[in-house]
Ligand binder design. Structure first.
Ligand code: GAL
Length: 962
């Protein structure tokens, strides 16, 4: 049975380039008739033109049938969702029959039926005649329709099986989504052209293969014959300067138009070069994905991806792990992105069985693998954006790689070959790895990596440029460590950069769960939320990780010195002429001056004068410099920020401010706030006065606050009912905490169930002292925590928490901080510190010191899988408002801030966004420190510098009414 053969297909025409032709074509997308059967054993009489399909459903093409109510999606990462027994497939094999009636325009004759993508096995009939069958889901196939076309009414029938032998070659980490998910066209174009357009930095050359004559009027090229190379005065194409020239090739019967970009990729001295200059890839891995449409993405979605990438300083894409919709590469040519175009090939699941039977090393699969590579290269060979071919992903090692690489080198010697799955690089031209640690990347950068056993292969690999085809796994909160990777990539010429894993969260829109991931459709075998690991959320809202990536990828560097800022051009090709530079001075987050910076086109030192004389409120002052687009670009408007940096300034001269701790508007006054008076009075008319402290019934009153006498806990604060601050070590584990194993350590220690023993509640010395021991059950580890409360001027309070660990703490802890609860009426937080977004020790480089304001709701980062999020770092002060009241928390000097309408326990228990239901309290965390984020979900954990270990410490805050 064809479904279970090693052959790639039958009846398909030789693959050719995706071209814009003036030959007539008929768009066969639209509404088709559709019927789903549970197995492949269904009669195929539906292919007959007169078959009655009136009882069938309707289905849009392109689409995936499980996203239109027929069956359900299923997610696995590495494992096959069926037994590993190639080339056999399960009997339960969802089979979709499609029918489409179309009218042939008058005078039409001949043509090809082109399918740009069908997952995974398609058999095609035209007017009852079988044209052939095809596999290779993300690759085009064309059938000769000519002999079977009729004037007027024609009936196209397609049978699509979800599973076939080819499914063993398509084990990419993504949803299994069968269907005709890319365009279907009847075209009379048959042209194939291969344009060669090189540039060595000075000289451009042009030639092409194929029939016909080539004109490129803008460069004075007319009637160029195939195989003849001419030198032209063309500007180079680069992703930073995507200069395209329109060429026309006139062939018998049709004319094709190509956007030609002149560029040459080469490797010299272990360095990856384009047009003779070093190339640094600042890349992302992109799967095609839309939360409602799956991989059936529209042109608008593709364009949105490219625009978002460009706006976030991304300059490269790896099309993980298959060739994208052809229009995506047109967009990369037009707007400028370097592309590694990857073949539709992965056999990762064979790793589960010790790679036994891996198709990569089984000659019976050689034709199928070569067929995939040919269809990739032939389709995409004319794109200047494509600078490397990738043989596939995670397909192990084996002799078929030699077949694929050999053919590719022959067909297109102009592009290096990439393949990560074989670390010996026997068939590749670049050394590529995924998730290598910073230390290993550095060793490779210095050329001192561990040798391969085979000296010849080792010598060959040592001469190769290195790239990380995947790094910085962007799952959930994170990734941490981006800046450190970038620093290495920029330091060592051998390092050609890398591609963050991955662009988008593949959360599917779901009526109950918000966004669904593996298991939400009842799949018996699945990999849970590992499919949700992108830099943008499913709706393409940038996550904090993308903002950090933008910062790491900035093509302009700033270094502050004494009265100067040195500006460095880190573009490969574009220079700085398209940018303007501005500076702003802020005093406690309020602008006091804004002025342009005159930066030479090649960068250099710029003097900063007169800053000390600027007026100010006496607060903490910062200088921020920015590089923005001078003019509109096709991908962003003038003024779009490309890069920035900040430096603290000395306080304004002549003014004597209190600095970050100042609480404007705070009044001097009494130790008991007017607001608390009536409550206290009601609670205890027998108020007993202590020194600086008073007692009212079961309460201790100090400053504008009241405490429970028995527990020492704060219960009222400036008129708010609160649950006072207590030491907290727990956070809802991030994906990195979870998959990296820290969560398991923490739960073993019991950090999520700390107990608080009250050892003493003491008054005296004008304050309240609460002595506690904080510890989980079943262990002798613990922390002595002493809370010292004192009154401050203006009715405020100071809290100093002294922490003293006991026992031998074996692992880092999630956080050290204070947790308290405020009334739900608290709505908004205004703070001076880093913002506007979240930041953890090794993330949040995109945040800057300023004055920010957000509602409690907007402080949340809506990770698809709920987890720790929303922490604002280095907060000097924060003001909480709502229900007509306001108060401040002031750091001595800073604290971390998190506020949410659910508790950590609720966040921890939630598995989907809708599980988080606002309660009647605002849960406030005032943190001293957090454990770093890292990327341990896949890759290294937080670097040692970002690990949080318990140690003796004191954490001080002030609470003031405002
Ligand atoms: C890589 C793989 C990707 C993805 C990632 C984890 O090994 O190539 O496709 O699975 O791990 O998210």
């Amino acid at each position: 049975m064809d479904l279970e053969t090693f052959a790639p297909g039958s009846g398909g025409l030789a693959p050719r380039a995706a071209l814009r032709s003036d030959a007539p074509s008929l768009d066969l997308n639209g509404t088709w008739r559709f019927r789903l059967s549970p197995t492949a054993a269904v009669p195929d009489d539906f292919a007959q033109p007169d078959h009655d399909d009136s009882g069938w459903a309707e289905l849009p093409v392109p689409s995936h049938w499980p996203l239109h109510g027929h069956g359900s999606p299923a997610y696995t990462n590495v494992v096959y969702p069926f037994p590993v027994d190639p080339p056999h497939v399960p009997t339960e094999n969802p089979t979709g029959d499609y029918r489409r009636v179309f009218d042939l325009p008058d005078g039409w004759s001949g043509g090809r039926l082109r399918f740009d993508g069908v997952e995974s096995f398609a058999r095609v009939w035209l007017n009852g005649h079988e044209l052939g069958w095809s596999t290779g889901s993300r690759l085009p196939v064309e059938f000769d329709a000519g002999p079977f076309l009729r004037p007027g009414r024609n009936v196209l029938a397609v049978r699509v099986h979800q599973w076939s032998a080819a499914s063993y070659l398509e084990d990419q980490d993504m949803w299994w989504l069968p269907g005709i998910f890319r365009d279907v066209t009847l075209t009379r174009s048959a042209a194939d052209v291969f344009v060669h357009a090189g540039h060595d930095g000075r000289r451009a050359t042009l030639s092409f293969d194929g029939p016909g004559l080539l004109d490129l009027p803008e460069l004075g090229v007319a009637g160029l014959e195939p195989g003849v190379e001419v030198t032209v005065a063309a500007e180079p194409w680069t992703a930073e300067t995507p200069r395209l020239y329109q060429a026309v090739v006139t062939l018998p019967g049709e004319t094709v138009r190509l956007a030609v970009g002149f560029r040459t990729v080469s490797i010299a001295g272990g360095v990856l070069l384009v047009n003779g200059r070093p190339l640094l890839l600042k890349g992302v891995n992109r799967h095609e994905f839309h939360p409602e449409r799956g991989r059936a993405v529209t042109y608008e979605t593709m364009r949105e991806d490219v625009l978002l990438m460009k706006r976030h300083n991304v300059n490269a894409v790896r099309t993980s792990h298959y060739p994208p919709h052809p229009a995506f590469l047109d967009l990369c040519d037009e707007l400028g992105l370097w592309v590694i175009d990857e073949c539709d090939f992965e056999t990762h699941g064979f790793g589960q069985v010790g790679w036994r039977g891996n198709p990569t090393d089984d000659p019976r699969w050689a034709d199928a693998l070569l067929d995939r590579m040919r269809r990739t290269v032939e389709r995409d060979k004319n794109h200047p954006s494509v600078i490397m071919w990738s043989l596939g992903n995670e397909a192990g090692v084996g002799r078929n790689l030699a077949v694929m690489a050999g053919w590719t080198r022959d067909r297109d010697p102009s592009r290096p070959i990439h393949y990560e799955g074989d670390w010996s690089c026997e068939h590749a031209d670049v050394y590529s790895r995924m998730y290598a640690s910073h230390a290993e990347v550095e060793a490779i950068g210095r050329g001192v990596e561990d040798p391969l056993d085979d000296p010849a292969l080792d010598a060959r690999r040592r001469a190769m440029p290195f790239l990380q085809c995947e790094y910085a796994h962007a799952m959930g909160n994170g990734p941490g460590g981006l800046a450190e990777y970038q620093e290495l990539f920029e330091r060592y010429p051998r390092l050609a950069g890398g591609f963050v894993w991955e662009w988008i969260d593949h959360g599917l829109a779901h009526p109950r769960h918000g966004y669904a991931y593996g298991g939400d459709y009842g799949e018996p075998v699945h990999d849970s939320n590992f499919v949700v690991d992108g830099l943008v959320f499913p709706d393409r809202t940038p996550s904090p990780g993308l903002l950090d990536l933008k910062k790491a990828f900035e093509p302009v560097g700033f270094a502050f010195g004494d009265g100067v800022v040195t500006v460095t051009d880190k573009h490969g090709f574009a220079g700085l002429a398209h940018l303007t530079f501005t500076a702003v001075v802020e005093d406690e987050g309020l602008t006091v001056a804004e002025f342009p910076l005159r930066v030479p086109a090649e960068g250099g030192e710029v003097k900063l004068t007169g800053l000390a004389e600027l007026p100010g409120g006496g607060g903490e002052r910062w200088l921020t410099v920015r590089a923005v687009l001078a003019d509109d670009q096709p991908w962003a408007p003038a003024g779009h920020e490309i890069a920035w940096a900040q430096t603290p300034l000395p306080p304004a001269t002549g003014l004597d401010g209190e600095g970050g701790g100042a609480a404007p508007g705070a009044e001097g006054g009494t130790t008991v706030s007017p607001e608390i008076g009536p409550d206290v009075g009601a609670a205890g008319s027998t108020a007993e006065a202590w020194a600086g402290v008073s007692r009212a019934g079961d309460l201790v009153v100090l400053g504008g606050a009241a405490f429970d006498l028995a527990t020492g806990r704060l219960v009222r604060l400036f008129g708010h009912d609160v649950e006072g601050p207590r030491l907290d070590l727990w956070r809802a584990p991030t994906d990195n905490d979870r998959y990296g194993g820290l969560e398991a350590d923490w739960r073993r220690l019991g950090l999520h169930r700390l107990t608080h023993r009250i050892d003493a509640v003491e008054t005296g010395g004008g304050g309240l002292t609460v002595r506690t021991r904080v510890a989980p059950a079943a262990t002798d580890l613990g922390l002595r925590a002493v809370y010292r409360w004192t009154a401050t001027d203006g009715g405020g309070l100071r809290l100093a928490v002294e922490i003293e660990p006991e026992g031998d703490w074996p692992a880092p802890v999630p956080r050290v901080g204070l947790a308290m609860a405020l009334p739900g009426g608290v709505e908004r937080v205004t703070w001076f510190g880093r913002g506007p977004g979240e930041a953890y020790p090794d993330t949040g480089t995109a945040t800057r010191v300023g004055r920010w304001s957000a509602t409690v709701d907007d402080l949340q980062t809506p990770y698809v899988y709920p987890q720790e999020n929303g922490h604002r770092a280095d907060v000097r002060w924060a003001e909480f408002t709502g229900a007509g009241r306001a108060f401040r928390v002031v750091g001595e000097p800073v604290f971390g801030l998190t506020a949410r309408r659910w508790s950590t326990a609720e966040l921890d228990a939630a598995t989907h966004r809708p599980d988080l239901v606002p309660g009647d309290r605002v849960h406030l965390h005032l943190d001293l420190a957090h454990q770093g984020i890292g990327t341990a979900a896949c890759g290294p954990g937080a670097l040692p510098a970002y690990e949080l270990r318990v140690r003796p410490t004191t954490f001080t805050l002030r609470f003031t009414p405002s």
